[in-house]
Design a protein around this ligand. Structure first.
Ligand code: COA
Length: 180
């Protein structure tokens, strides 16, 4: 298991799936804000890649995130769009509502940086988030991500166009442990 100061990353377990589905992906507002495409319901038994992981898929690595103390599932983290030529990838994360605002998001970003830079030898990590997502912006900036631009009116979310902020972090600028 990969460990931060508060959270651990492990593989997806079967019993994570109903929890993640109910608390993250069946929630129309949460899913519409967190994902690029339109919300649609996930059918029972679906092999939707947000829930069921495919070990042969080399372009992304999904993790289930647990509390180090006790092992309770708190959410998901993903390294995705892994580009082995340019040595870059995107990061994504989503926490269960009850796990938000406790510092876990900042620690999840720290563990994703460790996985991307140390385990995978990447050079650049990137994240896009809605410009009103203060907790995500702060979690990224606490880990050294810098704002590289605003994608104006780039996201259609529940009836309106919203801006997204693009943030990047280079391996040479990353300071492990700086967020904690
Ligand atoms: C975004 C998310 C991952 C952040 O994780 P989190 O655990 O809630 O964030 P943290 O507790 O680590 O807080 C990070 C910082 O944001 C601040 N913060 C937290 N919630 C906030 C809020 N609602 N408004 C303003 N600031 C907030 C914290 O005070 C902290 O700031 P500090 O470092 O100055 O103390 C989490 O809230 C989440 O899963 N949200 C829903 C899904 C989502 O938006 N995913 C990202 C899509 S790109």
């Amino acid at each position: 298991m990969l460990k931060g100061s508060k959270v651990g990353f492990r593989a997806r377990h079967e019993d994570d799936i109903p929890v993640l589905r109910a608390e993250l992906y069946d929630d129309v507002v949460n899913a519409s804000r967190a994902e690029a495409g339109p919300w649609r319901p996930i059918a029972p038994g679906s092999k939707d890649p947000r829930l069921v992981t495919d070990d042969k898929e080399q372009g992304s690595v999904p993790f289930s995130v647990v509390e180090l103390a006790g092992g309770t599932l708190v959410g998901t983290a993903t390294l995705w769009d892994i580009d082995t030529h340019n040595r870059s990838a995107h990061i994504g994360l989503g926490l269960r509502p009850s796990a938000r605002g406790k510092g876990y998001g900042t620690d999840v970003v720290a563990v994703l940086c460790h996985y991307g830079f140390v385990v995978r030898g990447l050079h650049r990590l990137q994240i896009e988030t809605l410009s009103d997502n203060a907790a995500m912006l702060r979690s990224a900036e606490r880990n050294g991500f810098v704002r590289e631009g605003v994608l104006r009116s780039s996201a259609w979310v529940m009836g309106e166009f919203l801006d997204e902020v693009l943030l990047g972090l280079l391996a040479r600028d990353w300071k492990p442990g700086a967020s904690g």
